[in-house]
Design a protein. Structure first.
Length: 147
């Protein structure tokens, strides 16, 4: 049994999880009998943006009072979700409790929205922001000479 989920997306629908409160130090009521091990870690309550499942986001492990040989995880870069890992909120575990379960069931449907884009010069398929895949096509040539 693990404390963390090893990811930053929802365990139920694999969608975005967002912080639901400002970052703070972990409290005994967050992690129960594991408090002595995780005291000092920065966390925040978090929630899946789609299904509303509940989490504790692991924001920064560096302030933990007990660190192990593998060392602390760094703070997540500013362009990320603001945390590096998750636990289910009511259990501080990788297994959810009834209070952690989603409010909504999420179904994702894949829809064909039209043909793949083609090059306006040669009619071949494009890639990388409509860049022609044919090396001999004049549309593919780099105007700066990089090809």
């Amino acid at each position: 049994m693990s404390r963390n989920l090893g990811g930053t997306t929802c365990a139920f629908c694999d969608r975005e999880v967002k912080l639901a409160e400002p970052t703070r130090f972990i409290r005994r009521e967050d992690c129960g009998i594991y408090f002595d091990e995780y005291a000092g870690m920065l966390v925040a309550e978090a929630e899946c943006a789609d299904c509303m499942a509940k989490y504790i986001a692991w924001v920064d492990e560096r302030p933990r009072q007990k660190l192990y040989s593998w060392g602390p995880h760094p703070r997540t870069p500013a362009d990320g979700p603001g945390f590096f890992d998750l636990s289910h909120r009511s259990t501080f575990n990788d297994e959810p409790g009834p209070l952690d379960m989603p409010t909504f069931r999420i179904e994702v449907q894949r829809v064909k929205v039209g043909p793949w884009p083609t090059c306006s010069t040669c009619g071949g398929p494009t890639q990388d922001e409509n860049r022609c895949m044919d090396y001999d096509c004049s549309e593919r040539a780099d105007p700066q000479g990089g090809g």
